[in-house]
Each structure stands twice: as C-alpha cells, then as structure tokens.
Design a protein around this ligand. Structure first.
Ligand code: DQA
Length: 144
C-alpha cells in the first residue's frame, strides 16, 4: 500500500475560523477526515501532521522519510521564504506536491513567490480543500 505524508504548516490549525472567505469554513479536523476517507477509497495509507514550527516540520519529514512514498505539503507562509524547508524536501528526495487552499498567484505580491515549489513535482493552488484531494488522487496514481 502506498504511504503518503500530509503536512499542514503554520496557522492551518485555525482552519474554519481563520479568514473563512479566503480559506473556507472546513476545519482542519474535517479536512483530515475527508483525506482519510479518500485515502481509504484510493487504498493508500496516510500520516498527517500539523505544526506552526518550521523545525518541527523538517524533523517530521526527516523522521518519516523512510516510511513514506510521497508527500503532500501545504507549507502555509513558509512557502514564501523557507529555504530550510525547500532543502529538506530536496534532501529527502520523495515525490512531493505543494498544495494551497487559496490561489496564491492571485493574492498579495509576497504570496506569488514559492521557494518550496521548486523542490516539488508540482503545485495545486486555489481549489480549497479539493487542492489536497486532487494531490492525493495524483500521488495514488503515480508509479512507486
Ligand atoms: C496558504 C497560502 C499562504 O500564503 C498562507 O500563508 C497560508 C495558507 C493556502 O493554503 O492558501 O497560510 O498556504
């Protein structure tokens, strides 16, 4: 069974109450339940992690790199500046998809740059919780 890490970065623990016009009304617990349901349908196994700390995310990815076949990551604001996270994604060498709930290309100037996307296979941005579900379907389809 394919094993996939799902990482939610800073402030995504507040989903549902955080700027719902931008990020939607689905809470993180509800999003994770949707992901687990889709994972059962696709017959893939998930480990889900959220942290507001860059180093904790890097520690998680490093610790789980041998368990996992692929990564889905919403780095939150780390997207726009974390070279340490980008290096980690390159270092672990797993196929990764960067996801965003909002369309970062259509927002403030500082959000238009992703330093982490270059270490990923691709990016899915702007489809709310479906960005994650699309990434999961994509990775479930990919050859090991
Ligand atoms: C986000 C977009 C980022 O710019 C922002 O800092 C977030 C959420 C998104 O999912 O749309 O925290 O990654």
């Amino acid at each position: 069974m394919k094993k996939i890490l799902i990482v939610h970065g800073p402030n995504l623990g507040l989903l549902g109450e955080r700027e719902p016009k931008v990020y939607g009304k689905t809470t993180l617990a509800q999003l994770n339940a949707l992901l687990e349901k889709e994972a059962r349908r696709l017959k893939v196994e998930l480990k889900i992690f959220q942290s507001n700390w860059e180093g904790a995310i890097i520690d998680f990815l490093t610790a789980e790199r041998k368990w996992a076949d692929a990564v889905i990551i919403n780095p939150g604001a780390l997207t726009h500046y974390s070279l340490a996270l980008r290096d980690c994604l390159s270092a672990i060498g797993l196929p990764a998809i960067e996801v965003h709930l909002s369309n970062i290309a259509a927002r403030e100037e500082f959000r238009r740059t992703s330093v982490t996307a270059a270490a990923c296979r691709g990016q899915i941005s702007g489809f709310g919780v479906r960005s994650y579900l699309l990434a999961l379907q994509m990775l479930a389809d990919m050859k090991k």
